[in-house]
Design a protein around this ligand. Structure first.
Ligand SMILES: NC(=O)c1ccc[n+]([C@@H]2O[C@H](COP(=O)([O-])OP(=O)(O)OC[C@H]3O[C@@H](n4cnc5c(N)ncnc54)[C@H](OP(=O)(O)O)[C@@H]3O)[C@@H](O)[C@H]2O)c1
Length: 294
């Protein structure tokens, strides 16, 4: 069944991928990027959304700058929580479902096995606290809405860590990345495919984790991406990523959780399809999007 979908944050890394993939598959998608809709402006949100008819609204917009959130707490809560509550209310009025993208940073990072939806969220940063508050605001309105927690998002629509380290490796021999912080990458193209059934056929609401399978440090993630680029025939000056300690990165303002890999078991159980291991997703991205033409 084709759906009428609104995507808020359609200019972002995840939002752009969802908009393209779903409209390519036949859904009628209307996207709002930051320039066309400021989620900090309640009147503008009502004016933009109330005239529209839609089945599902997916919110990918957020204040995602973890360090900025620490300094501008009010803005963080306005964009990551108050705005989400308003989107939920508008969806209720429209009889539409709201799917809100959240984060692995709602966890404190003390666990050493992948976090499930049943684990207690206890953020250690303002960003994490504001995102958790947005989750709660939405599910308070109705638990038929869906909170989707992703982690380390990468894809072709906006550069992320993986593009940064690959681009550096083309020009530089010396490469470093954090080796003592663990999570799991989420490939946007795959996220679009895996999430689509949860917009319609699977009506269960609540919290859902969505990431590729497994876990890694930034250093392992970067190293594997470079290995894939070398295997794809790209001339790379840097081939080895040395591990850095998170504690040595003095530029960080916010505290970061050490371990935030998330388990996608619930998604696989309900959706009947497991995400690929992160290495397969990274290899696919490097071969399909990053390496061609270099
Ligand atoms: N990136 C990650 O590794 C990661 C990890 C875990 C969870 N997440 C979550 O995944 C979701 C999507 O993030 P992403 O990776 O796609 O990051 P992104 O590219 O930064 O997307 C966020 C989007 O929100 C927009 N935005 C910011 N302030 C806005 C405002 N006031 N009004 C309207 N739009 C606004 C941004 O627009 P401009 O850039 O034009 O300002 C951007 O397009 C977010 O909810 C984030 O919390 C991301």
């Amino acid at each position: 069944m084709n759906l009428r979908v609104i995507i808020i944050g359609s200019g972002g890394r995840l939002g752009a991928a969802l908009a393209r993939e779903w409209s390519g598959a036949g859904d009628s998608v209307i996207g709002f990027n930051h320039a066309s809709l400021d989620i900090g402006n309640a009147d503008a949100m009502r004016a933009a959304l109330q005239p529209l008819e839609f089945d599902v609204l997916v919110n990918c917009a957020a204040q995602t700058n973890v360090d900025r959130c620490e300094t501008y707490q009010e803005e963080a809560f306005l964009l990551n929580s108050t705005a989400v509550a308003l989107l939920g209310e508008i969806c209720e009025e429209k009889g539409a479902r709201c799917v809100h993208i959240s984060t692995d940073y709602v966890f404190d990072g003390e666990k050493r096995t992948p976090y499930t939806e049943d684990d207690v969220a206890s953020p250690i940063s303002v960003y994490g606290a504001s995102k958790l508050s947005g989750e709660k605001e939405l599910l308070k309105i109705s638990n038929r809405h869906l909170v989707v927690r992703v982690a380390w998002v990468f894809g072709p629509d906006r550069p992320s860590f993986i593009d940064g380290i690959l681009n550096r490796a083309v020009e530089n021999e010396v490469l470093e990345a954090i080796g003592d912080k663990i999570s799991v990458p989420t490939y946007t193209i795959e996220a679009a495919r895996l999430l689509r059934p949860f917009l319609s056929e699977i009506s269960e609401g609540g919290i859902l984790h969505l990431a590729n399978q497994g876990e890694c440090t930034w250093q392992e993630y970067g190293q594997y991406a470079i290995d894939c680029a070398v295997a794809a025939g790209v001339q790379m000056k840097g081939r080895t990523v040395a591990p850095l300690k998170m504690a040595d990165l003095k530029a960080f303002i916010a505290k970061r959780p050490v371990y935030t890999a998330v388990s996608s078991e619930k998604l696989a159980r309900l959706g009947g399809v497991s995400p690929r291991p992160w290495r397969e997703a990274v290899k696919d991205y490097v071969q399909t999007y990053w390496a061609p033409g270099r």
